[in-house]
Design a protein. Sequence first.
Lengths: 357, 129
Amino acid sequence: MPHLLVDISSHGYGHVSQTSAVVNELVRLMPQLRVTVRTTAPHGFLKSRFQCEFQHVPLAFDFGMKMANAVDVQVAASAAAYREFHADWLRKVGLEAQIMRQLKPDLLLANVPYLSLAAARAADVRAVGMCCLNWADIYKHYCAEDAAFPEIHEQMLDAYRSAECFLKVQPAMEMPGFTNTRSIAPIARVGRALRCHIASHSNQVEGEKLVMVAMGGMEFRLPMENWPRLPGVRWIVPQSWGIRRDDTISFESLSLPFSDVLASCDAIIAKPGYGTFTEAACAGVPLLYLTRRDWPEEPYLVRWMHDNAVCLEVARAALLAGDLEDALQQLWSVPLPLRPEASGAAEAARFLQQTFF
Amino acid sequence: MEQLKKTSVVVVDDDGMMREMLKLVMRSDNYSVIGEASNGQEAIALCNRLTPGLVLLDINMPKMDGLQALEEIRKVSPTTIVIMVSAEATMDRVSEAIKKGAAGFVVKPLNAASVLDRVSICLKGAMKA
């Protein structure tokens, strides 16, 4: 029985979403495939994303960047953590290689821990990297001035280059240091437009526009109590924000997956993130976004969104004040471009099956 | 160090995934995993029977939690070194465990190198004591 080992960075859940979509497709092509997933992402979330049987090993291989909150990177702490992480790099690679030999996989799919890829080479296991970003380029963006940078960065790049292939999921960072990339189409879960369900489970009035506000957790709670009422607009907001306005619907009360609610909306307000951006574009939902500015993946995501969807940047002050009417009207006045196809998962799965099994 | 690496190990956690992970990690550094248990009662019985060199003991478990089990293990197998494994490493928890005879603490979530480093430090410390 062929065995796929899947190692996933635990920095946010986007890596799980991308990877599970590919693994689900691969298992559809190869029902006999045995899957082991190693990540510290919560088991419940993995169960909701992986549609196949899998063994979960809760191990971490990286930490991404040290974060003060969902968007603010702690640069000095990250540089120090990387110095510590790489202080005994060869020993770590050796240990992970030993573990990999015990697991005996036929292929490693890494999204996107480079330690796993280095260990796969040491254990003589075939390996593929996959992601829209990589930690070498993220580390370079923030920590290039650190004294240890040249050596650490080279170890990262060397590990990534050791993969037989790196599947660069579009929209992706440029990755100029990589010699083994293969571009694949976007991976997105395209939801079902269920406006009737939403109308029947809420106080939505016929003809009202639905706008989803999806900024992340409590730290991005917007002061919507102070927002002016926009005629003909109903907001879908997280229940945890505790907003008490009769022109809002709580997201949780709809009991629908995020993708379905998104696909049912007339617009979404979000911060840049691979999943939300690609899902909005592929579902043809216009987007207002608040930029993070310093996250190095963001320019690539934003550029792709402008090429493939209707979107506008919104200023932080306008968002806090709810001064959004003009921006929304502008979004709705522009014809939607042809929706990009979310065919990356099927494409990646076909490639893996044909090349490695 | 070579002597430490031959230490026999029992892994105790109610979560099968965690047990599998700890077994993989310990074996990768040549420790000999001789048993596993999913609750405190099973752990005590195993330690009584096998007298392992080391127990990796989860705290939150059904039937009998890790802290209760720790006290019993120290009675039935006084030479066994016990290291607690938990997601909750509050100062209270750590000091309670140390007071009851634990040699150290490993905090979840885990990576292989950090588990082995903690184990190695705790074993050395316990053997000196």
